[in-house]
Design a protein around this ligand. Sequence first.
Ligand SMILES: Nc1ncnc2c1ncn2[C@@H]1O[C@H](COP(=O)(O)OP(=O)(O)OP(=O)(O)O)[C@@H](O)[C@H]1O
Length: 288
Amino acid sequence: MCPVLELTDVSKSYAKSDFVLDKVSFAVPAGTIMGLVGENGAGKTTVIGCILNTLFRDGGTVRLFGSELSDGDRELRENIGVVYDGDNFPDHLSAGQLADIMRGVYRQWDDAAFQGYLDSFSITREQKIKSYSKGMTMKLAIAAALAHHPRLLILDEATSGLDPIVRDEMLDVFLGFVEDESHSILLSSHITSDLERIADHITFLHRGKVVLTASKDDLIYRYAVLRCKERQFEAIDPKDIIAYRKKEYQIDVLVPNGKEARQKYKDVVADQTTIDEIMLLLVKGKTK
Ligand SMILES: Nc1ncnc2c1ncn2[C@@H]1O[C@H](COP(=O)(O)OP(=O)(O)OP(=O)(O)O)[C@@H](O)[C@H]1O
């Protein structure tokens, strides 16, 4: 089966900005959740804009469900649900009024499903969005994105700003969504604990480039960080080093296979790592 979403060498620059999105490639297979992480300004929102054609790409291709999205492509758009961190809808509307609009936008709009989400999120049809809390705003956006039965959900920092309880609830909704193996999610987030909980794969962006893309289980259970003294560091084969960071008393070295490294470099401590630590090493560290 072809990936639900596939980016190949997607590039983008902005006028009056040094930032360049540089040949970004990754794929999101059906039934999986891809986490997109990177420092502020790494290019996550730009990637999402290029996927949705809201930004003009300088080069590269984006394939959704095996086809390229064009501006008037209603069929493909029906199959994508999008949730942004900020304002998703005009705030003078109520959830009920939003449903009336969405019914005209999406052929697949399912009012019963929308009502089901509203009920489970404790949102009434009458209350105006302007009086919502941040959590309610996000829940409404997620309900609206899911109610037209998309196959791909794109979430740009959709869980940031939510308290741990609401976040946990939303993560369960996302996991429920991908139980259908034709569904997928691309989720950009700073909250790496969320990604550790739900992502199947993680793509790390740094200064507009993909610096690493791997399965979450590999990142957590296969990759490792070696804690080295200078002389131990010098003995490490550069081919084994993804990134390293010199600290006051030790050098942390990210390697792709902790088990192999433990056998090869017997006197070095090799720790299991976290998405946060990997991101720090990729962003603040160096490559050999
Ligand atoms: N319209 C624009 N014109 C010029 N530069 C822009 C524009 N939009 C974004 N940029 C620049 O592109 C870079 C990437 O921004 P982008 O919003 O994609 O990053 P991000 O990873 O989503 O960041 P954050 O985590 O802070 O939301 C930044 O340096 C930003 O200033």
